[in-house]
Design a protein around this ligand. Structure first.
Ligand code: TPP
Ligand code: DXP
Ligand code: MG
Length: 628
């Protein structure tokens, strides 16, 4: 086994080029076996085995900087940089991170998770290198999906003009999570198939070089013909017009072709773009046949690729969203769905099948998605933007400037709200309450269960202004679903458990946890009133005033950052009412990044569990008795 000897790029470099295909085979087998037990981003990593080997064979990481865009495809990089043995802990609590992590290795020079940041980071590193008079390489590896992200295009524009020595490896597998979309994608298709251009270029070159003496100088004039040929044969070679030397297309699974192109790129001055064509899921039939399903996987049987069946139970919130939107759209032709490249994650497949002309996958382009929705809304269309909380961060200015300020009726269906588990700190959906609550006109709500989610969605599509309904990725509570939709009165909470010793104001998916805490407290003779807050904006001020009149201590609970969240809003309200005597304890996510693990482990870490909440209340009650 070659792989057992390889724990560093230096050890890799000791292999002969002839041994590399065997190493690729062993790494591929390792990925398939290891991820069958842990899950993870399988298809993307299977597609970059040869590319990653070639990069570490030819270049000198970490002196040469490698930046992995999105970073979900950096498992092979991690295997080659002394972390193979950590793979049984992949994406587990305190285990190997599923994305590049500086703390894990000096070879992880840039942390990712959100897409389209690698080119800007690379440009920063290349510029710093030149300012310091150093001469290392800077290499960004970006997928065709990530290339549709606005940041990537901003960086291409900047890099192309400055002529920095910088290598961009475009890993083009025609896939985002779903099939890639957009004009850029179509341009790449033309480039992928332009073998004829490269063929002609080589033949002309060989022919000329055969002509003694006259050949060489004449070759220069032909250079221009070749370039015009390129423009003739391959319409709009975008990258060269942007100032890059374009090399490709290169077969990303043929090591000899890859090595030759990467060597050429390493010798080429200025910005270079190597267009590598790969197959997502390469080398594992189930993943090759369906790289959408095998983009991010749970555990599976290697022989068949069959996933371990999840126990039945209540439908997950995203599935309830997808099904509800299909029902709502049947009776309201204004409704359209917009997704920034997360069609399957947001469970919009059924909507797309039912209403293909009303379902818009705009690619990895959250800024555009938000303002596209705003444009739709100005013309009487009812856009439902299905977007993960963490990815909405990428379109924040558009939420402020284009939607809320213009008071446009856009529905933000904020999925993956709260902890997300294995994707970890780059993907936690815990900041949206804070960054949205400061926006005038916007309503922010979260259901206590899947039945209330359908009613909140119904309320949202009938609301005349910007409105956000957030929900987690988890399974619902397991309550019956009402046949008929009903409107949830905006700003109205509901009491789900009576009690007069303390009040727990729970937001969204924290309601079941708060109820469980109240049962523990009841056993101690402490009667907790549990309020399903429903709205972080506008607050149910009548409810808050009542609690103040009764001078009941308040515990707010949210699976979101404490700073600026729902509890902060309650504090602000009481402060504004000069209710100085009111006791308000805000329970939520403290001021640090919560890393990967299970959602349960993340909640336990920050104290969002029935036991921890009950303990907080007991501690307060004990202090009160002590003071009395
Ligand atoms: C800003 C942002 N939006 C969406 C995502 C979700 N996402 C993760 S990987 C991916 C597709 C990436 O496609 P590509 O860059 O082509 O990589 P491939 O998986 O094909 O190797 C998407 C949409 C993300 N990580 N970051
Ligand atoms: C790498 C990335 O950002 C996506 O693949 C993300 O991991 C999807 O998350 P879900 O699995 O929750 O859809
Ligand atoms: Mg891709």
């Amino acid at each position: 086994m070659l792989l057992e000897q390889i724990n560093s790029p230096d050890q890799l470099k000791r292999l002969s080029v002839e041994e590399l295909p065997k190493l690729a085979e062993e790494i591929r087998q390792f990925l398939i076996e290891s991820l069958s037990k842990t899950g993870g981003h399988l298809a993307s990593n299977l597609g970059v085995v040869e590319l990653t080997i070639a990069l570490h064979y030819l270049f000198d990481s970490p002196r040469d900087k490698m930046l992995w865009d999105v970073g979900h495809q950096a498992y092979v990089h991690k295997i080659l940089t002394n972390r193979r043995e950590m793979f049984p802990t992949l994406r587990q609590y305190k285990g190997l991170c599923g994305f590049p992590k500086m703390r894990e290795s000096e070879h992880d020079v840039w942390e990712t998770g959100h897409s389209s940041t690698s080119l800007s980071g690379a440009m920063g590193m290349a510029t710093a290198r030149d300012l310091k008079g150093e001469d290392n390489k800077v290499i960004a590896i970006i997928g065709d999906g990530a290339l549709t992200g606005g940041m990537a295009l901003e960086a291409l524009n900047h890099i192309g003009e400055t002529k920095k020595d910088l290598i961009v490896i475009l890993n083009d597998n025609e896939m985002s999570i779903s099939p890639n979309v957009g004009a850029l994608h179509n341009h790449l298709a033309r480039l992928r198939t332009n073998k004829s251009y490269n063929k002609i270029k080589e033949e002309v070159e060989q022919l000329l070089m055969k002509i003694p003496t006259v050949g060489a100088p004449f070759a220069k004039t032909v250079e221009r013909i070749k370039d015009s040929l390129k423009y003739l044969v391959v319409s709009g070679v975008l990258f060269e017009t942007l100032g890059f030397t374009y090399i490709g297309p290169v077969d990303g699974h043929k090591l000899d072709e890859l090595m030759e192109s990467l060597r050429l790129a390493g010798k080429t001055k200025g910005p270079v773009l190597v267009h590598v064509v790969t197959k997502k899921g390469y080398g594992y039939k189930p993943a090759e046949n369906d790289s959408v399903v095998y983009h991010g996987v749970g555990t599976y049987k290697i022989e068949s690729g069959a996933f371990q069946k999840k126990a039945g139970g209540a439908p997950a919130y995203p599935a309830v969203f997808g099904d509800t939107l299909v029902r709502l759209a049947a009776n309201d032709e204004r409704i359209v769905a917009v997704t920034p490249a997360m069609l399957t994650g947001s469970k919009l497949e059924k909507f797309q099948a039912a209403y293909p002309d009303r379902c818009f996958d705009v690619g990895i382009a959250e800024q555009h998605a938000v303002t596209f929705a705003a444009g739709l809304a100005t013309q009487g269309i009812k856009p439902v933007l299905a977007i993960y909380s963490t990815f909405l961060q990428r379109g924040y200015d558009q939420v402020v400037h284009d939607v809320c300020r213009q008071n446009l009726p856009v529905v933000f269906a904020i999925d993956r709200a709260g902890f997300v588990g294995e994707d970890g700190e780059t993907h936690q959906g815990i900041y949206d309450i804070s960054f949205l609550r400061n926006q005038p006109n916007l309503v922010i709500m979260m259901p206590k269960d899947e039945n209330e989610l359908q009613h909140m969605l119904y309320t949202a599509v009938n609301h005349d202004g910007p409105i956000a309904v957030r929900y987690s990725k988890e399974a619902g509570v397991g309550v019956p679903m009402d046949e008929e939709f009903r409107v949830i009165p905006i700003g109205k909470s509901e009491c789900v458990r009576e009690g007069n010793d303390v009040a727990i104001l729970a937001f969204g998916n924290m309601v079941p946890i708060a109820l469980a805490a109240s049962e523990r407290l009841a056993a101690d003779g402490i009667e907790a009133r549990v309020i399903n807050a429903r709205f972080a904006k506008p607050l149910d001020t009548e409810c808050l005033d009542e609690l103040a009149r009764e001078q009941i201590p308040v515990f707010t609970v949210e699976e979101a950052c404490i700073a600026g969240g729902f509890g902060s809003a309650v504090l602000e309200y009481y402060a504004a009412q000069e209710q100085v005597g009111m006791v308000v304890k805000v329970l939520g996510v403290p001021d640090y990044y919560v890393e990967h693990g299970s959602i349960a482990e993340q909640r336990a870490e920050v104290g969002l569990t029935p036991d921890a909440i009950a303990e907080e209340v007991r501690r307060h009650v004990a202090q009160k008795i002590q003071k009395a």
